[in-house]
Design a protein. Structure first.
Length: 167
């Protein structure tokens, strides 16, 4: 019976060692996964903050463009009555036709084209940022690359400033 008891004790001891080893292994796997998830969370937080900043910048830019559009509309409304009031011997309809063919109209058309170009560039930039973000997500999911969302965002911001200065 003593032999059986000692055999049981040694089996229990080996069982405890195996269970402890399995628990340590599982704990280390969970810790590694936890660290990886924390890093991913930080990357997404940075990306989210950059997207919020871009959104604020675009909102401000759109507000400025709206203000410019209002000024253009106001100036075009103000120029028609001024021109019609200056001439007493020409009918107002002829003056309106002359104004529609004058330099003021070409200037307004130029400004409208410029605004359309800026809006197009903003839309293109948004599409490029979304494509970059998608590519970044795909590359992050397939491998751990060195492409940082912060660097990508800074690069896109630099390109945006360069494009704005060209317009």
């Amino acid at each position: 019976m003593s032999n059986t008891q000692s055999l049981n004790n040694s089996i229990e001891e080996q069982n405890f060692k195996l269970v402890a080893e399995q628990l340590r292994k599982k704990y280390s796997e969970i810790e590694a996964e936890n660290i990886e998830l924390k890093q991913t969370l930080k990357k997404y937080e940075v990306r989210f903050m950059n997207l919020e900043q871009n959104d604020k910048e675009k909102t401000i830019h759109i507000a400025k463009l709206d203000g410019e559009i209002k000024e253009i509309k106001q100036s075009s409304v103000n120029t028609v009555p001024t021109e019609t009031g200056n001439s007493n011997d020409t009918p107002a309809s002829d003056i309106a036709n002359d104004i529609s063919n004058s330099d003021n109209t070409s200037e307004q058309i130029y400004v409208r084209i410029r605004i359309a170009n800026v809006l197009y560039l903003l839309a293109s930039q948004t599409v490029l940022q979304n494509e970059d973000a998608l590519a970044s997500d795909v590359s992050n999911n397939t491998s751990n690359s060195d492409n940082s969302p912060v660097l990508s965002s800074k690069h896109n911001l630099a390109q945006s400033k360069e494009t704005k200065s060209q317009v």
